[in-house]
Design a binder for this molecule. Structure first.
Ligand code: ARG
Length: 281
């Protein structure tokens, strides 16, 4: 009698977890740094819009090569930060909760994004409370992690909970360099996150440690080039090229890190995730 052993599986163990997300992006045609609303921004220094466009194009192509459905919203003159689409709202279950920006410089972006959502068939909810969309709200599995501290008000945490009927976990950011949640925490798959501990206050840290004991802990070095500001489909994780420890940690766990260089957009205080708003129907 011959015993045939089952062949060893060589496929990457987590590849089956990859999804094909729908995302919204905005070409940085009008990108520049003309005001200062976060410590990364230095209006006195020049920016290179054509380089920003070139770098952004690589991100756009990367998503297309991964099979994502990439939608585009037209940028508007006078709104240099509109490229950071993540702040344009929060979209789950076909419902788009609109953004209401903390700083007046970005105020008109809220209605511009809501118009796009409406025109594309989303059920738009106009915000009462100040909130900066997916900059401060991240969906992990069925739970919404919601931050405040610099931009979104805690009132928006209640507002978003009422809209979606999902669990909302409030977190407090304490370092002005990591002023949005997506600069300090990355969602890798429905049960896995990566974060920078020093960006959160103690009670928030206690929550993160308890809920995500196996989280990837980012280094200060990687976070300081907005390395955590990344976008994952559950297997492929698009990250800042220079975030080398993060890339290694992801690869060690069976994910596929893909590095891109958005150095020009970093001058506005944003990276990969900031340029990406997920549209969940
Ligand atoms: N200059 C923009 C601001 O300060 C950058 C936004 C980055 N976006 C993000 N999702 N973190 O509002």
């Amino acid at each position: 009698m011959t015993i045939t052993e089952a062949p060893e599986t060589t496929a990457a163990p987590t590849s089956s977890k990859a999804t094909k997300p729908s995302v919204l992006m905005c070409r940085p045609e009008y990108f520049t740094v003309s005001y200062r609303i976060n410590p990364w921004m230095h209006p006195e220094d020049p920016t290179d819009t054509s380089l920003a466009l070139k770098q952004w194009d690589v991100l756009y192509e990367t998503y297309q090569n991964l099979g994502f459905d990439v939608q585009l919203i037209e940028g508007l003159p006078g709104l240099p930060d509109m490229v950071y689409a993540a702040n344009g709202g929060f979209v789950v279950d076909g419902i788009a909760y609109g953004a209401k920006f903390h700083y007046p410089e970005r105020g008109p972006e809220g209605p511009a994004y809501m118009d796009w959502f409406r025109e594309h068939g989303f059920d738009v909810r106009e915000p009462v409370e100040t909130n900066e969309g997916e900059g401060d709200f991240l969906l992990v599995g069925d739970t919404i992690l919601a931050a405040s501290g610099f931009r979104s008000d805690t009132g928006s945490h209640q507002e978003i909970a009422a809209i979606y009927g999902r669990e909302v976990v409030s977190l407090q950011l304490i370092n002005p360099s990591y002023y949005h949640l997506d600069t300090a925490l990355a969602v890798i798959d429905p049960t896995t996150i990566a974060y920078l501990p020093s960006a959160f206050d103690e009670p928030s840290l206690a929550i993160l440690r308890e809920r995500y004991p196996d989280a990837i802990i980012a280094t200060e070095e990687d976070a300081s080039i907005l390395g955590l500001n990344s976008f994952s489909d559950g297997h492929n994780v698009v990250i800042a090229e220079r975030a080398s420890t993060f890339a290694r940690d992801l690869a060690d766990r069976g994910y596929n890190p893909i590095g891109v260089d958005l150095s020009e957009l970093l001058l506005g205080g944003g990276g990969v995730k900031c340029c990406t708003l997920e549209l969940r129907s």
